[in-house]
Design a protein around this ligand. Sequence first.
Ligand code: FES
Length: 408
Amino acid sequence: MKLSEKPREKNIAPPLWLLAEVTYRCPLNCVFCYNPVDYAKQHNELTTAEWVKVLREGRKMGAAQLGLSGGEPLLRKDLEEIVEEARKLGYYVNLLTSGIGMTEERIKNLKIAGLDHIQLSFQDSTKEMNDFLSSTKTFDLKKKVAGLIKEYDYPMVLNCVLHRLNIDHIEQILNMAEAMGAEFVELANTQFYSWGMLNRDQLLPSEEQLKRAEKITHKFRDRLGNKMKLFFIMPDYYSTRPKKCMNGWGNVFITVQADGMVLPCHVASMLPDINFESVRNKSLDWIWYKSPGFNKFRGDDWMKEPCKSCPEKENDLGGCRCQAFMLTGDPNAADPVCDKSPHHSKISEAVIASQKPSNYERPIVFRTDNDSRKIMQKRDKGQLDITSSRLLERDSKPSKEKSRVGLV
Ligand code: FES
């Protein structure tokens, strides 16, 4: 069936992946974090019982993969309980972690609870850069956690987000991964959303840096083959066709935020004129199949030219709605990554701007609760530039709590 013939709210496949962002608390302050810039609006995480309800509803709908992420999911003391329930329900359970908070006792208990898979993130191959980028002293600890992952017989899956400041260390990063016995390594170039977008000028690599990194990755791939599988994810900014974001809006992934808001992607709460629902008020089933937010960009009725008549629209579905909004102010516009978009110059201009020392040498913004609050206050006072203000939900207000964000 062609997209245009697909009736709305009918023939919608169930979600396959449930992404549970169980907390926005995090000991790290990563400069490329994809959590919403205004995450400090949240102060009321779902309880264990509420997460269990979400898991049951998701499984009943057909979701088979569960991603537990955050923030740092290990900060939830009930993580083992959540994993145990998920495993009993039949999910394949993935933990996406920085490793902070992982002890031998916890990994043992998570194994007993039925955790299937751990993805450990690194910022760099050097202690200095790893600790600078996360604004913490965590490099040695991460190495210990990598050892525990091996010892408890999990596949070693490493993730390193690449950008201007670490991409030239790719050879060392891959050597480190090999020495750790990694079986899968994801080298994901920063995608410019949320905190990454605030730091775009400082983080966007040059084309030469990217080409060199790709070449080195190929060299490792040729030598190691299946022994260490490498995934190199390019930044959109050097493409001329947009990605099929999230494999389609409301198509495969359903994301539940720490406070229960349900989204088709991590950052959709910034899109204007959509009221996303919470699992505290509605069932997951209703939200997926019936809610206006999840139906907003299904099919192609929403498309404008040049997407509407584009022969490639079924491949990329017009690209990313959040990127279209961030860069053009119109969530229905073609993703400006596409060179058929009338706004494609926004991408080429951003690449040029990011290569100027006066831009990339500007201070970097770290993801902290305080900065999240300050950014909301600046927006309210009209002190935020237009693109940055688009990263926030329109009426988000800082949580009143002085303590860490999100405590249950
Ligand atoms: Fe929201 Fe692409 S990140 S649709």
